[in-house]
Design a protein around this ligand. Structure first.
Ligand code: SAH
Ligand code: DHB
Ligand code: MG
Length: 220
């Protein structure tokens, strides 16, 4: 298992070398996160570029992110916004949010990004206004089913809703998993299986972040 996961990471390096190259802005963010002692649970470089491409190709002007950490995925997504576009990102931990604020400023994206500090459930409950074009959900997995409902409420037909970490090395199959994050993820699958407002799939991934996956839903 270790061998294949090393190889997944080596292939990610190859992908980044060939398709992304040097990214001083992203690298500075990840270095600042490490210096601040944040957990290295940001999306990978290749995944961050995928998020940016999805935002770009859907011409997203309003993006919602749930789970900011140090702002790495927020920067990737905000880079796809046109002038006047907006990314709203929600973070529980004020210290993480401060690291993100600094990283986003260093990236020159402060005008396009609003960070709302506090429990995402509470921030979402108070949120209304024009619909989001793309939603990236990457906070506490226990909240995933509730975040789906909020994301749909704040969407329009065609909005893309993406959830991170929906496979967790296959743990998602285990209803008795010792990992407390698994039941929340399973509740998301269960909720979507009964939800007629979205079409959805999930794609398993391997790479620098090992074996995991993204669930993608489009609002009908
Ligand atoms: N999207 C980030 C990684 C997010 S890690 C990136 O790829 O760069 C998950 C984040 O969700 C953590 O920073 C954690 O503090 C935050 N979080 C956990 N529970 C939360 C909640 N209830 N409300 C808002 N944020 C929460
Ligand atoms: C964890 C959270 C994430 O969003 C992630 O991508 C990886 C790990 C975690 O809480 O362990
Ligand atoms: Mg994640």
């Amino acid at each position: 298992m270790d061998d294949s996961s090393d190889r997944w990471s080596d292939v990610d390096d190859y992908i980044v070398d060939h398709l992304i190259g040097d990214d001083p802005v992203g690298a500075a963010c990840l270095a600042a996160n490490e210096a601040a002692g944040l957990p290295a649970i940001d999306v990978s470089v290749a995944q961050g570029r995928m998020l940016r491409i999805l935002a770009q190709s859907s011409r997203a002007q309003r993006i919602l992110e749930i789970g900011t950490l140090g702002g790495y995925s927020a920067i990737c997504l905000a880079q796809a916004l046109p002038a006047g576009g907006k990314l709203v990102t929600l973070e529980l931990d004020p210290a993480y949010a401060e690291v993100a604020r600094s990283n986003i400023e260093q990236a020159g994206l402060s005008e396009r990004v609003d960070i709302l500090v506090g429990d995402a459930g509470a921030s979402l409950a108070a949120m209304e206004g024009p619909p989001f074009d793309l939603v990236f959900v990457d906070a506490d997995k226990q909240g995933y089913a509730a975040y789906l409902e909020h994301a749909i409420r704040l969407s329009r037909p065609g909005t893309l809703i993406i959830f991170d970490n929906v496979v967790r090395e296959g743990e998602v199959l285990d209803p008795d998993s010792a990992d407390p994050k698994v039941p929340g993820t399973r509740a998301l699958y269960e909720a979507i299986s009964h939800n007629e407002k979205v079409d959805a799939t999930a794609i398993q991934t391997v790479g620098a972040k090992k074996w995991d996956g993204f669930l993608m839903a489009v609002v009908k």
